[in-house]
Design a protein around this ligand. Structure first.
Ligand SMILES: [Cu+2]
Length: 493
């Protein structure tokens, strides 16, 4: 929803008042605090409530935010040093705040499917945890709004976490954090998302035949294509291209960009004309082989840390390759000292995104103790016009919340994922990191992640060690897919 100036000013006044009150409330947590929580003041305080995101002077969005701002405050923690966080919920809905990419306990993780307690409406929870692993993480709401495109991650409940490593090689001059996020979602009957940027491009015939014949059968019965979500406004750090301060750089500077795809549903790309990104970490984890690339691709919830050497003076647009999305806001201006003029954009040469380029020789990956097979299928438009998603033919039931897979502590598991749909799925495992071991038929090792894009009709293998007991959620991070069945629970035996 867009607001006019007058409503904005009223909203701003309310925000100022509630900020004044929040200090008092902070000193005296009211209700719902975690049991056995440490006393004293918190290291961080998050308030969930309505706020305004001024994407541009005439594009002001009213949505649910953290601390009345979008993105939420950047939280800097230190690896291994316990923190206490107070989470106040000023909204009228119970909430979950998920610490994405961290190896925390179920009680803290922020997923009701695992058993994390809700942050009660008009209440609060105090949680304590030891941050880790080090690197770029983020936090976001973990509700399943289904058809309600004002809820869940469609809104403004997304913020960055940076966990300072105890050893930082520090081959950069400074850091810049970028949060990529769309607003004003609407349902559509067909997507225009890029699908052909992944390498290897190898598709599995059997998966393709299964997926295509299921789709043909559905359409033959007169079903429409299932709903997709599109957006009309795009932003980096909560501002549309041209409406934020430029990132001002000097020639020769090495800038470390920490980029979060905070989208509910979209894959994003990013290029800076005339410059290369040296990818040093994926999902916050240092990669074995840092490589310079001209374009970055990030599935929903993926993060990239990349150093850009500023060696091409000018005023540039760093933005998404999709012209529609970039011109509607998905970009930010890079301005060299002493340069001025209209920011320039030039389309980079075609480039494929290949996770294995950042890996090491495949022989280095240890063999798993057990392999778990998963097949992903789409039931076109089957649930009130939305696609229903299944893992091993089971759509997740929010009523039953039954674990589908059992783990034994200390064992190394391989997930062999087979995607019998034409969509890309950014699949996510909670509370654990996994190692990529095979991407579309190509063996690899050493790339540690917590989200990975599984291409249409492709296969992917990832390994993880069951080292964090408790229920563990696995799901596609594309909100529509997650909300309509694409989840499964692991539990420890
Ligand atoms: Cu998906």
């Amino acid at each position: 929803m867009s607001l006019d100036r007058r409503e904005l000013l009223q909203g701003a006044a309310v925000a100022a008042v509630s900020a004044a009150f929040s200090d008092a409330a902070h000193a005296q947590p009211a209700a719902g605090g975690g049991q056995g929580s440490p006393q004293g003041s918190a290291d961080a305080t998050i308030r969930i409530g309505n706020g305004l995101a001024e994407l541009a002077p005439d594009r002001i969005i009213s949505t649910t935010t953290y601390n009345g701002q979008f993105p939420g405050p950047l939280l800097r923690f230190r690896q291994g040093r316990q923190v206490v966080v107070d989470i106040h919920n000023d909204s009228d809905k119970p909430e979950q705040l998920h610490w994405h990419g961290q190896a925390v306990a179920v009680d803290v993780d922020g997923a009701s499917e695992e058993g994390t307690p809700f942050i009660p409406a008009r209440g609060m929870r105090r949680i304590a945890f030891t941050p880790g692993p080090a690197g770029l993480r983020f936090y976001h709401t973990h509700l399943t709004p289904g058809a309600d495109l004002s809820g869940g991650q469609y809104g403004g409940q997304v913020g960055t976490v940076y966990i300072e490593p105890n050893n930082d090689p520090g081959r950069h001059d400074r850091e810049v954090f970028l949060m990529l996020k769309e607003f004003q979602p609407a349902l559509s009957r067909g997507g225009d998302m890029a699908m052909d940027f992944l390498a290897p491009a190898t598709r599995v015939k059997a998966l393709e035949e299964a997926g295509e014949s299921a789709m043909r059968a559905s359409l033959a019965k007169g079903m429409p294509h299932g709903f997709e979500v599109g957006y009309s406004l795009f932003s980096i750090n909560g501002r549309m291209l041209g409406h934020d301060e430029p990132i001002r750089v000097k020639a020769g500077e090495r800038v470390l960009f920490h980029i979060v795809n905070g989208s509910a549903t979209e894959t994003r790309s990013l290029a800076l004309p005339g410059h290369a990104f040296e990818v040093i970490a994926l999902d916050g984890n240092p990669v074995p082989t840092p490589v310079k690339v001209p374009v970055l691709w990030l599935g929903t919830a993926e993060r990239i840390s990349a150093i850009v050497e500023m060696n091409h003076p000018g005023v540039w647009v760093m933005g998404d390759l999709a012209d529609d999305d970039r011109t509607r806001g998905m970009g930010i201006v890079i301005e060299y000292a002493g340069k001025s003029g209209k920011p320039a954009w030039t389309r980079p040469a075609p480039f494929k995104w290949d996770y294995t380029r950042f890996g090491k020789p495949a022989a280095d990956a240890p063999a798993p103790d057990e392999t778990i097979d998963m097949i992903f299928t789409k039931n076109n438009a089957a649930n009130q016009g939305f696609n229903e998603w299944r893992i091993n033919d089971v759509p997740f039931s929010m009523e039953k919340m039954e674990p589908l897979f059992r783990l034994r502590q200390g064992k190394r598991y391989r997930l062999r994922m087979r995607n019998a749909s034409d969509d890309i799925h950014p699949v996510h495992l909670h509370r654990h990191s996994f190692e990529l071991t095979r991407v579309a038929g190509r063996a690899t090792a050493g790339v540690m992640k917590d989200v990975v894009m599984v291409g249409g009709y492709q296969e992917m293998e990832v390994d993880f060690v069951a080292d964090n007991p408790g229920r563990t959620l696995f799901h596609c991070h594309q909100q529509l897919h997650m909300d309509f069945g694409f989840m499964a629970l692991f539990d420890y035996a």
